[in-house]
Structure formats: structure tokens, C-alpha cells
Design a protein around this ligand. Sequence first.
Ligand SMILES: Nc1nc2c(ncn2[C@@H]2O[C@H](COP(=O)(O)OP(=O)(O)O[C@H]3O[C@H](CO)[C@@H](O)[C@H](O)[C@@H]3O)[C@@H](O)[C@H]2O)c(=O)[nH]1
Ligand SMILES: [Mg+2]
Length: 277
Amino acid sequence: MSSINYSVVVPAFRENGNIRPLVTRIFRALSQVNSPVNPNEVEVIIVDDNSRDGSVETVEALRREGYNVRIIVRTTERGLSSAVVRGFREAQGDNMLCMDADLQHPPEYVPAMLAALSPNKQFVLGTRYAKGVEIDEGWPLYRRVISSGARMLALPLTSASDPMSGFFGIRKETFLKARQLNSDGFKIALDLLVKCNIPSEAIAEVPFSFGVRAEGESKLTGKVMLRYLEQLAELYWYRFSGLIVFAALLVLVLFVLMARALLNSYGGLDGKAQSKY
Ligand SMILES: Nc1nc2c(ncn2[C@@H]2O[C@H](COP(=O)(O)OP(=O)(O)O[C@H]3O[C@H](CO)[C@@H](O)[C@H](O)[C@@H]3O)[C@@H](O)[C@H]2O)c(=O)[nH]1
Ligand SMILES: [Mg+2]
């Protein structure tokens, strides 16, 4: 039986410069005396979309040095969310974490994030909006505005304080229950929270200080933001369609009742007094 209990999944596109510091820092953090998680029970899975920038060679070198890391290279698919889903499907651990490659999610929080998962806490969310943590001053104002807007729009869907952080974990048993996942765009955490129907008491939150990208460039484009709005519309329908249909039926019934009352007041529906108008 595999002794791997924890899988850290990292979607990566053109992140070669960040992979070595990411992996070495994750395992260094796990090897600290106070780490709640045994590093020998952890695997790291990089899901790369055929970057061809030396990422494969970097991972091979790390493996030779003894780090439990592997890389999946996808050649026919692209996108952050679908890369995460692929990594989760291939993960051996019952406890799975998703984090970015660019060190904006500091690897030093990985032990606490992994340890927060348990049968009672099926989901863990790294949150940037809590006491004692901060967002790096170098993170641009326009990104802060977009992030706040995106967060507000998601408020009716989940009680989680920062479903947009991109730093989150889920238990495999819950992930396997997800139906109709939307693997487009960047917001896989929000999709999982809604589609797995995770109650607020099953969500653990771990405050973390959000950094700036170490190397390379962000892949968040206008198209990705548009996809987010489409995804929100789908999630609102998913969660509230019953309510929307009920409200529509209620309006229809009220309309019919009002129409009947109106017709009655003009002489009834029995045709005694035909309309003069
Ligand atoms: N495999 C794969 N990985 C991708 C792709 N696009 C992005 N990634 C990887 O996904 C991670 C996040 O991408 P960034 O380009 O760094 O995105 P960001 O603008 O910093 O946004 C991140 O932070 C936001 C928090 O403000 C998060 O909301 C967002 O989900 C993401 O985590 C990085 O490791 C990046 O390489 C893709 O098409 N394919
Ligand atoms: Mg980033």
C-alpha cells in the first residue's frame, strides 16, 4: 500500500525558473521539527502544459536528488483549472492541495494547509483576508480591485472568505463526488465548493500572506476574466435554479389570480357581460 497521504498539485505553464525553489522550499518546510506532516508521506505533482522551457529536466534533476516530485506534461489540453483536475485525478494522497508555481502562495504554509484537512474538514482554503496576514505591496492596484470585485460576486455562493486565493485543498473522497465540474478558466476552487456542496462547517481557513510572482509572467488575461463571469452565471443557475423556477411559477400564479379577479370585477368569467372594449 502507498505511504503517500498528501499530494500537492501545482498547475504550471512556463514556470521552469520557479520549480526548483518551490519544491525545495515545500520539502524544507515539511522537514521542520514542528511540521505536523511527515515529508515522506508527501508527493508533489507538477501539471505542465508542454512549456518546453526545461521544466521536465528540472523535475528529473530534483527526483535524482531524492525529492518526491513528478511532472505530467499535457500536450492536447490547456488551462489552469483543467490542469488542477488532472493532478487531483492522478494524486495518490487522500489529502490534496493546489498551489501556484510562482511562489505567490508561500511554500512555508503547505504543512499547515495539509494538516488542516481531516474527515471533518473536507476543504481547506488559504485566505488573504484575515488578521495577521497581508498582501505584498508590490501586487498591483488593478489586481486588488479585480480580486475584490470577483470575491463580492461570489458571496451568495459560498461562506468562504477568499474563494479566489487559488491556494486550497480538498479530500479525495469529496473531490470524487463532484459532478459537472467546469474546468475552464481559473476558478476551480469556487466550482468545487459549490458543486461538492461543502457546508461552511466543513471548510477550514488558513490565513496566509500573499506574495508577488517570483519569475515569469501572470497568465490571467481578459479572456480568463470573461470566463469567470460565465462561470458565475452557471454557478448561480446551479445553486439557485430551483429557487428561480419557484419564483417564476409564483409570479405566474399571482398573475393568473390577478387576471381572474380583474375579469370577475368586469362581469365575471361566465360571459354574462362581454367586454365593451
Ligand atoms: N498547466 C497550466 N498552468 C497554468 C495555466 N495558466 C496558468 N497556470 C499556472 O497557474 C498558476 C497561477 O497562474 P498565474 O498566471 O500566476 O495567475 P495569477 O494571475 O497570479 O492568478 C493566481 O492568483 C490569483 C489570486 O489573486 C488566483 O485567483 C488565481 O486563481 C491564480 O491562482 C501558475 O502556476 C501558472 O503557471 C495553464 O494554461 N496551464
Ligand atoms: Mg501568479
